[in-house]
Structures are given as structure tokens and as C-alpha cells.
Design a protein around this ligand. Structure first.
Ligand code: DUC
Ligand code: ZN
Ligand code: ZN
Length: 486
């Protein structure tokens, strides 16, 4: 048998094991794992690691912020940067703003993504306006379209939902088999801190980090987990940045609740002291939740090692340091009007590999789990994506574990115009990325066209045997037989 492509002589790594095998690819899928395979096109992977391509499941691309700004990356530049960084699939957000319907929102993002991406993609739906129609008709319609995850905000005046709305969305999600994601920060605490800082004239970008205290994240994560437990619905806490927040995720999981966690490279590698720069420079590192401190970094790594975090995502939110992005309101504008977020879709995996695997903090299978397989499982893509198994899409990243490089804006291939990790030395880099068997990136060259990437219809969320939690007030054996559980 002759395959379209054979990846020969590499060390395959999945989330559970490592083994020496050739990979035979036909029709864009993995057709065989074995020895001595032959193909039309042979990729020599001797001395290399052959892994499932990364799945970047937290990125803001071609997204309008609630204040009107647009991210610097569209689906072409965002997916190209992702591919150079070892990813073969992206799941950015489609953001419903108040007054918009969900179907209208998804149509809008389709118009931005179709024909533009070099990688396969889907969207998480941000729900900011859960009207009766949205809950009863439009969210079910979104599931039928293959959008099986959405995100809620507990802060930002124009995006947040209240607790009752949160519970409503969780209930619909549970009924249809979707995973809810949450940006968990307490809006009132942020407002109170912000008012005090502004009243003292403390408006520089670095003060944004103080305006989002760790306690605001801790309180909101606790509240979000309680709400998810009440509904017994799955919930992923995104961009966890605090030790207490991570501990809350850990203890909820230990109780069997369907609670999942994500953290991001910026919380592992940067601190708020990095924002203490002259003028507006600190705005480059302004994100929400904000950067914390070195002690926090150590604890977050421990939670990666002990399994609290299922995924490490970039939270790529690219805004240029000019009038099109962070400086839209000019030099000296207060932090309250500066767009939140930083780029990182291309740096996520090299940083995690070098600082994680290279420094002995995580194993190679753990790297694959955190970068690809767990995202595929959570977001309804397994086994089509996220693993090396016969029948799976041939979405594969070949890494040279010895290759050294330095992160810099010119090798990130995005449109942000800067990298928060500028100058960082890394060892271990992706050299070839295949999407459905096609080389997208090879030896530093882009080989796929915009439009190669296709929309992915995702499956329902699968809790994978996790027991869940039944609140006594919802248990018919304990609640006088009231049949009110969603
Ligand atoms: N939340 C995100 O997930 N990304 C950027 C900004 C924010 O608040
Ligand atoms: Zn967020
Ligand atoms: Zn985000």
C-alpha cells in the first residue's frame, strides 16, 4: 500500500504515550501507524517529535470589542500565526453584542472566516444578551450548527450577564450538551478599585492590574462554580490567574463537579512588574485578568502539574500599540479606555514546550494533552482532531526538540506589531505543520492558501464519566418530589 504522505522515522507522542512509528496519510486522514510505510511524499522525521497539531481554543480574531475596536488579526493572519506556532486548528470567539441575535452573530463571523483561514476552525459563542428567544430558539439552533460551547462574562458592563441569566444559559447548555466557559471576575470590585485609582489620578496602564484584584477573580470563580453545581452543568473557567481561583477549580473537581480550568502563558511567564514602564508602554501587557506576581506563577505551574488545568491557551487578543488599537484614545489616556489583551497565538506552544517540557516541569504527553487533546475532548472534536489515531484528520505538528530560537515580533506572523515574549529564548520548535495531510507550514515557509481551513461541526460535550453534583434542593428524593432540575 502506498500512502499519499508518510511521516517517517519520528517519535510519535500522544496524550498517553510515546512510540516509534511511521504515519501513513491518505485522503487527509491518518490511514496507518506502522513500520516501513511507503508514500508518494515522504517527510523525514528522524530525530523529531510527531505530535497532534495544537488546538488553540482561546483566541480573539476578527472580533469587535464591546467598545467598538476590532482585533488586529483576521482569520488569515490569525490562523497563519497559529500555524507557525505549531497549531493545526483554532477556535476563536463569535461575540454577540446586546441587541444582536445569535444567528445574526454566527452569520457575521461566517462572513469573516469562510475562505479566510489556513486552518480548520470553529467558534465559541459569546452570549451577552440571553433573551427568551435566544434561550428557547437561537441557542438550540447554534448547537445544530455545531457550535457546542459558549462564553459568558461576569464583568464588563456591556457584556456581563447577571446570576439568573447565567443559570438560564447553563440550563440550556446542559439540556443540549454544550460546555459553558466563563470570564470570572467580580464587576463591582473592579469598578470600586477603578474609581479609587482614578480619583487619585493613577491612570497609567500599570494601574489596570491593580484595578482587577485577585479577590475579584476568586469571588467570581467561587460564584460561577456554585452556579454550575446548582445546575449540574459543565463549566470551564477560562484564563485562571490566581492561586485561590485554581484551588477552587481543583476542589470542585475533587467533588466530582464538571468543572474545568484553563490558564495562559502570560500568567506563567510575566508579572505586573513588567508593566511598570514609561508612558503608555505598559499598555502592551494590559489584559484581564491582569498579570500577577512570581509567587502566583509557581502555584499555577503546580496546578498544571497536578491536573487542575485541562488547557493552556494563549487568549490571543491582538491590538496594535497605535491609534488602531491600544492607543485609540491617544497618549496619556487612562487605562479604562485602553483595549484589553495581548497577542500570543504563535508563542503559546514554543513557550510551553521550552519552559514546560524543556525545564522538566511537564512530560511530552502532558504537553500534548494541554496543547491539543484536552481541548479536542472538551470542545467536541475528539477523535477527529487532537490525537494520532487511524481515521483521525492528519493534523500533525513535527517538532525539532533541539532547535533553538528567540521569540520576536518578526517570527510571530500576526498583525499585533509586538510580542509580549520578545527576546525570550526557546529550545524546541515546530518545523512542519500538516492540516488534513496538507503541509501548511514547512521549514519556515507558508504553503497553504487562505480558505484551506474549513468550519468544523463540533460534537456535544462529553463529561467522560465525571459524576456531577446533585444539589439536595434539586434532588426529587429530598425536595418533596419537585421535578425542577434542568
Ligand atoms: N477576556 C478575554 O478572554 N480576553 C481578552 C480580554 C478579556 O477580558
Ligand atoms: Zn475573558
Ligand atoms: Zn479571551
Amino acid at each position: 500500500m502506498r500512502f499519499d504522505t508518510v511521516i517517517k522515522g519520528g517519535t510519535c507522542v500522544t496524550a498517553s504515550e510515546m512510540f516509534a512509528a511511521d504515519i501513513g496519510i491518505s485522503g487527509g486522514r491518518i490511514a496507518a501507524l506502522g513500520e516501513g510505510l511507503n508514500g508518494e511524499d515522504v517527510i523525514d522525521a528522524r530525530g523529531k517529535l510527531v505530535m497532534p497539531g495544537g488546538i488553540e481554543a482561546h483566541a480573539h480574531i476578527a472580533q469587535n470589542s464591546a467598545t467598538g475596536g476590532m482585533t488586529a488579526d483576521d482569520y488569515t493572519s490569525g490562523s497563519i500565526s497559529a500555524a507557525f506556532g505549531g497549531n493545526s486548528c483554532i477556535i476563536p470567539f463569535a461575540a454577540q453584542h446586546r441587541g444582536m441575535g445569535v444567528t445574526e452573530t454566527l452569520d457575521l463571523y461566517d462572513s469573516r472566516a469562510i475562505g479566510a483561514s489556513v486552518l480548520d476552525y470553529s467558534y465559541h459563542l459569546i452570549v451577552s444578551d440571553p433573551t427568551e428567544k435566544v434561550l428557547a430558539e437561537e441557542l438550540p439552533a447554534a448547537f445544530l450548527r455545531g457550535i457546542t460551547s459558549f462564553k459568558l462574562f461576569m464583568t464588563y458592563d456591556k457584556m456581563l450577564v447577571n446570576d439568573a441569566q447565567f443559570l438560564d444559559v447553563l440550563s440550556v447548555a446542559k439540556t443540549h450538551g454544550a460546555l459553558t466557559m466563563v470570564h470570572a471576575e467580580n464587576a463591582g470590585m473592579i469598578k470600586w478599585m477603578t474609581d479609587r485609582l482614578l480619583a487619585c489620578g493613577l491612570t497609567a496602564p500599570k494601574y489596570h492590574a491593580l484595578s482587577h484584584p485577585a479577590l475579584a477573580e476568586e469571588e467570581a470563580i467561587h460564584r460561577a462554580i456554585c452556579m454550575a453545581k446548582l445546575v449540574d452543568a459543565p463549566l470551564l473557567i477560562v484564563h485562571v490567574s490566581t492561586p485561590k481561583g485554581a484551588a477552587l477549580v481543583q476542589s470542585a473537581r475533587a467533588q466530582g463537579a464538571k468543572i474545568y480550568g484553563e490558564t495562559c502563558p502570560q500568567y506563567l511567564f510575566l508579572t505586573r512588574d513588567d508593566m511598570d514602564k514609561p508612558g503608555m508602554e505598559g499598555a502592551a501587557l494590559m489584559c484581564s485578568p491582569p498579570l500577577r506576581d512570581a509567587a502566583t506563577q509557581d502555584v499555577l505551574w503546580q496546578h498544571i502539574q497536578s491536573g487542575t488545568f485541562d488547557v493552556v491557551s494563549s487568549d490571543h487578543s491582538p491590538y496594535r500599540m497605535d491609534e488602531t488599537g491600544k492607543l485609540a484614545h491617544g497618549e496619556g489616556a487612562p487605562f479604562t479606555v485602553i483595549a484589553n489583551g495581548m497577542p500570543g497565538i504563535g508563542a503559546r506552544l514554543p513557550m510551553l514546550f521550552s519552559e514546560g517540557v524543556g525545564k522538566g516541569r511537564i512530560t511530552l504527553p502532558e504537553f500534548v494533552a494541554l496543547s491539543s487533546t484536552n481541548a479536542a475532548r472538551l470542545y467536541g472534536l475528539l477523535p477527529q482532531k487532537g490525537t494520532l489515531t487511524v481515521g483521525a484528520d492528519a493534523d500533525i505538528a513535527i517538532w525539532d526538540p533541539d532547535k533553538r530560537g528567540r521569540i520576536c515580533v518578526d517570527n510571530q506572523h500576526d498583525n499585533a506589531g509586538y510580542s509580549p515574549f520578545e527576546g525570550w529564548e526557546v529550545q524546541g520548535l515546530p518545523i512542519t505543520v500538516l492540516s488534513r495531510g496538507k503541509r501548511v507550514v514547512d521549514q519556515g515557509a507558508l504553503l497553504a492558501r487562505a480558505g484551506h481551513g474549513q468550519f468544523l461541526v463540533r460534537a456535544k460535550f462529553d463529561a467522560g464519566g465525571r459524576m456531577g453534583y446533585l444539589a439536595p434542593e434539586l434532588d426529587p428524593a429530598q425536595n418533596f418530589g419537585a421535578d425542577i432540575a434542568p
